[in-house]
Ligand binder design. Structure first.
Ligand SMILES: [Zn+2]
Length: 383
């Protein structure tokens, strides 16, 4: 059973035409729900604090079938200066086989492709339970969307086995890479306390810059881990240092330092934080610290899900895709902790968040075929 490409393109145009700026779903999820309903999907709306969340489940009828979740967001980032767009970002416009519009790549094409792939899969004998998790809060605070739904699922004991996020992940050509993990991020605003005084009387002052520099030198030279086959080593970067009154004869009373870790899954946020605290204590630094932890890492090692994606992409495009762990954070970080293997697979990401966001229509057709093949491969390998 192949995807009805004309219907898929129609659905994509309908989605782009909706002005769904975070957290406004603008009826996008309703369109997807209507497309899925005739294929045995049962909808549950888990809206929260003005964010639209759709959980839609189709059971295959087999006991203890694995649960595969297709996840994505309907919200888009603001257009920016409309004069920079060749055509209205919310009027999908085709020129030379390329479709222009906000959300064309991030990620209304991913949602339309997964929806139509699920329709096609539902007309075959699937061995997997399928669910959609669709939110309108990915580009914003990301609190009341996937994170909230993941918590609801956790409380219910619903355990997704495999998650496919339809975010834009390809580099130059459709199918050239997909994401198997993302690094975590933790940072700190550090205030180092000293005692202000005259530079001529240092014994009556306590210079916070002198206190913290040896500690920072040690932190900057530390090897935190070695990374692994798919992740580069954890990196520590100082982004800001500020101190001083502007006067040349005053020892400052405090210093401010901002630093950030992008960390591989072989380190944990707690470990990194503790190592920093130990280092500051060893150097007798007096400080207060304001830590911010914006994302846990996740990692899906080679296995059934990545193999199915490799095969599906190979069948449709002939590519052997790169397994990639770069880029910023995504909603995958909220789903992996449920115990699921997570990948992200979607169109070319080059134009996302930019003026004249676009997608080649041939790429969209290929993406539909890839998602359909992926469901088929997963169903076969798990059945
Ligand atoms: Zn996105």
């Amino acid at each position: 059973m192949t995807v009805d490409t004309a219907a898929a393109r129609g659905l994509l145009l309908d989605l782009i035409a909706r002005r769904s700026l975070t957290p406004d779903d603008a009826g996008c999820s309703q369109l997807l729900a209507e497309a899925l309903a005739p294929y045995g999907f049962e909808h549950e709306w888990l809206n929260h604090n003005g964010v639209t969340n759709l959980w839609s489940l189709r059971r295959c009828g087999r006991a203890n079938a694995p649960l595969v979740v297709l996840a994505g967001h309907t919200d888009v980032v603001p257009t920016g200066d409309l004069a920079q767009w060749t055509s209205d970002p919310f009027v999908p416009s085709e020129r030379d086989g390329v479709l222009y519009g906000r959300g064309a790549a991030d990620m209304k094409s991913g949602l339309a492709a997964m929806t139509c792939a699920a329709q096609a899969g539902a007309q075959t004998d699937l061995n997997i339970d399928l669910a959609f998790l669709i939110t309108s809060d990915e580009e914003g605070p990301a609190r009341d969307g996937t994170r909230y739904v993941a918590e609801v699922l956790r409380q219910r004991g619903t355990q997704p086995d495999y998650v496919i996020v339809g975010e834009a992940t390809a580099d130059e050509q459709i199918g050239d890479r997909f994401i198997v993990g993302r690094r975590g991020s933790i940072g700190c605003n550090l205030t180092v306390h000293g005692v202000q005084g005259h530079v001529a009387y240092p014994h009556k002052a306590d210079n916070p810059v002198h206190r913290v520099l040896p500690a920072l030198t040690e932190l900057a030279a530390t090897i935190w881990d070695e990374g692994n086959a798919d992740f580069p080593p954890t990196s520590f970067q100082i982004s800001n240092i500020n101190s001083g009154t502007g006067a040349t004869n005053v020892i400052p009373g405090q210093a401010e330092v901002v630093f950030n870790f992008r960390y591989a899954p072989c380190s944990s946020a707690e470990q990194l934080k503790q190592k920093v605290i130990d280092c500051l204590d060893r150097h007798n630094v007096r400080y207060s610290a304001d830590w911010w932890h914006t994302g846990e890492p996740y990692y899906t090692p080679a296995g059934r899900l990545t193999e199915a994606a490799d095969k599906a992409i190979g069948q449709v495009t002939g590519h052997k895709p790169l397994h990639f762990t770069g880029g910023g954070t995504s909603d995958g970080r909220f789903l992996a902790p449920l115990g699921a293997e997570v990948i992200e697979l979607g169109p070319v990401s080059a134009s996302i968040h930019k003026f004249n966001e676009h997608l080649k229509l041939d790429d969209f057709d290929a993406l539909c075929a890839i998602h359909a093949a992926l469901l088929r491969e997963l169903s076969q390998s798990l059945g």
